[in-house]
Design a protein around this ligand. Structure first.
Ligand code: ADP
Ligand code: MG
Length: 617
């Protein structure tokens, strides 16, 4: 039988290090989190060669007292918890006391640190777990830590590192996320001598989102602000028209820490239901705060997947925060006619032309490299479970995996019983509307105030009908003089018969007539008797295909009815009808998207036209 040995300290240290220190990006995450825990308001990170040869993190935090410095590098040395029960209410990012020990066992580490009340600071060096320098030194309050030659003593690990550029991109993505999570801290990131990120630390979420995620994303955001039974939800979420085919821009910060939570994603996406197109996902940066004891952060070793003791409360709070934000803050998409790069009436020199082309190319390259960087980190971090939840767009535009909705589906049992359609949000300043006419027999053109609107008449009417079906008290029922029979296939008939109440709630009166036939006695008054047979068969087919009765089932049913009953694109519509429709759309903030998420109307501002025609600058 093999003899059991206790591993020497340096060997067990190395094994432990493997869990915390995987690559330069994971080291940076630990070091920056230490700076944040130390109360720093300015943090600068500098790397060379992807962080493999050099990482420096400088902060203006509380510093470490001279005599405590060597202890900080011991395993399980932490100033953040002292007893087991503290684990139930962790308010700091670190608490395991492992990072400094782990990093110093696989790299050359140098630290300069000083506290506010001491005369002098400490200059400390530790290489491969061995102290090589410990002396007094004059330095400003705060801590500077330098990590050189990561894995210099573990060549096997070194081999797993990727090219410098991939490692550097991973570091950048880590800092991006940390910067997003702390708008109150000024971050700088310097990569091979070049500053690539700078946030102001002025607490503005908009500002930090702009610095990190760029102009395009920032230009289409709605503010979120809500508090519900101890759960506060703040931040920014995108307008429904700006939803994208991937979930790349979804950031949830829980009590200051970036987390993944199927519950939060499901709640946000549920709030976009019927406003965003199917297969498109909202981008958001949400700061959620809940009492510490409500969260279990210890579930996953990387501390990113969270569970809540009351998932339903979190779901409901996020759902209503987002829903309210969309209702309040969404505006109609605006048509901006793109300004021509060159004025055709003004000749340009070849040099000017070249200059302009180079500029456009640089912008395109920057956007590309940003995408590659995000992609790489996502891929590198991707556990199989993560891949299941999030699809990743590869730089070539393809998707790494089809989007699966496991995380989101898991939460179906806590979905609200019924989607709330809020009371009509009527615009207070009702200005007169002038309908100019329609183009292509499809789009109504109308003027209100300082804007011209183009309205998709089918989409608008469909949404209006859908909403009134949802508030079913508003449906008026029209009895048919002669009841109509509709014949169905055996399966469709069975499916429909089991769901007659659903039909009743939508303004139908349908009876089982036997022999795969139903008898329709009454219909919602906005349908005509010609529509009846096709609507009933479509509903029956849908119920049969998708089975199960649920909230979604009811929505699908309403979609079908609304779509059938709505004015068709390409049909003639009278001026009176157009006027009525336009008023409904423009006077209510609820009629923004058709039930499939297509926008109902676009706005062209007078100013925009004036700019285009060169009347104003
Ligand atoms: P943990 O963060 O889990 O406590 P670490 O190994 O990361 O463990 O750090 C050990 C201790 O060193 C911390 O608890 C803290 O007291 C101290 N420390 C580390 N980095 C800093 C810093 N930048 N500023 C002040 N104190 C620090
Ligand atoms: Mg730490």
């Amino acid at each position: 039988m093999p003899k059991i040995n206790l591993l020497p300290k340096n060997v067990s240290e190395l094994i432990a290090a493997g869990e915390v220190v995987e690559r330069p990006a994971s080291v940076i995450k630990e070091l920056v989190e230490n700076s944040i825990d130390a109360g720093a308001t300015v943090i600068t990170v500098e790397i060379n060669r992807g962080g493999i040869t050099y990482i420096r993190v400088t902060d203006n935090g509380c510093g470490i007292a001279f005599e405590d410095v060597p202890t900080a590098f011991l395993r399980h040395a932490t100033s953040k918890i002292t007893k087991g029960t503290d684990l139930d209410a962790i308010g700091t990012l670190g608490f395991r006391g492992e990072a400094l020990a782990a990093v110093s066992s696989v790299a050359r580490v140098e630290m300069l640190t000083s506290t506010a009340d001491s005369q002098f600071g400490a200059h400390y060096k530790i290489e491969g777990g061995e102290e090589v320098l410990y002396e007094e030194s004059g330095c400003p309050q705060g801590t500077t830590i330098i990590i050189r030659d990561i894995f210099y003593n573990t060549p096997a690990r070194m081999k797993f590192l990727k090219k410098d550029i991939s490692e550097a991109n991973a570091c950048a993505a880590v800092i991006d996320r940390i910067a997003l999570s702390h708008p109150e801290i000024a971050f700088k990131f310097i990569r091979d001598g070049k500053q690539t990120l700078s946030t102001t630390g002025d607490k503005s979420v908009k500002g930090v989102v702009y610095s990190v995620l760029g102009r395009e994303f920032s230009s289409s955001l709605i503010e979120v602000e809500s508090a519900n039974l101890g759960v506060t939800v703040n931040g920014l979420t995108c307008k429904p028209v700006s939803c994208r085919p991937t979930r790349n821009n979804q950031f949830t910060f829980l009590n200051g820490r970036l987390v993944r939570s199927g519950t939060v994603v499901a709640a946000v996406e549920q709030a976009y239901k019927n406003s965003a197109m199917v297969g498109k996902f909202p981008g958001f940066v949400l700061y959620i705060n809940v009492p510490f004891e409500m969260v279990d952060v210890n579930v996953h070793p990387a501390k990113t997947e969270v569970r809540f003791s009351d998932e339903k409360l979190v779901f409901d709070s996020v759902y209503s925060a987002i829903k309210n934000a969309i209702n309040k803050g969404d505006t109609r998409p605006e048509i901006k006619v793109s300004t021509p790069v060159f004025n055709p009436f003004q000749s340009v020199t070849t040099a000017q032309y070249k200059q302009a082309v180079i500029k456009e190319k640089t912008i395109a390259e920057e956007v590309y490299s940003k995408n590659v960087s995000l992609h790489n980190t996502l891929r590198d971090e991707a556990t199989p479970d993560f891949i299941n939840k999030y699809s990743v767009v590869l730089p070539d535009g393809s998707e790494s995996k089809p989007i699966e909705h496991k995380a989101v589906e898991k939460c179906v049992d806590i979905l609200p019983e019924k989607e709330e359609i809020s009371v009509d949000i009527i615009c207070e300043d009702r200005e007169p509307i002038v309908v100019i006419g329609q183009v292509f027999d499809t789009y109504i053109v109308a003027q209100m105030g300082e804007s011209v609107y183009m309205i998709d008449k089918h989409a608008a009417h469909e949404r209006i009908l859908f909403n009134s079906l949802k508030k079913n008290s508003e449906i008026s029922v029209q009895p048919l003089l002669t009841p109509l029979t509709v014949s169905l296939s055996a399966e469709e008939y069975d499916a429909l018969i089991c769901n007659l109440t659903l039909l009743e709630n939508s303004g139908f009166e349908v009876e089982d007539f036997g022999n795969s036939t139903v008898l329709v006695r009454a219909i919602p008054s906005f349908l005509t008797s010609e529509d009846v047979s096709s609507v009933i068969s479509e509903i029956a087919e849908n119920i049969f295909k998708t089975g199960l009765v649920s909230t979604t089932r009811e929505d699908d049913l309403f979609h079908t009815i609304a779509c059938k009953a709505a004015i068709k694109a390409g049909s003639k519509t009278s001026l009176i009808e157009m006027q009525e429709l336009t008023e409904k759309v423009l006077y209510s903030k609820e009629i923004m998207y058709c039930p499939h998420g297509r926008p109902v109307a676009f706005e062209i501002k007078k100013r925009e036209l004036e700019k285009q025609f060169g009347r104003i600058q």
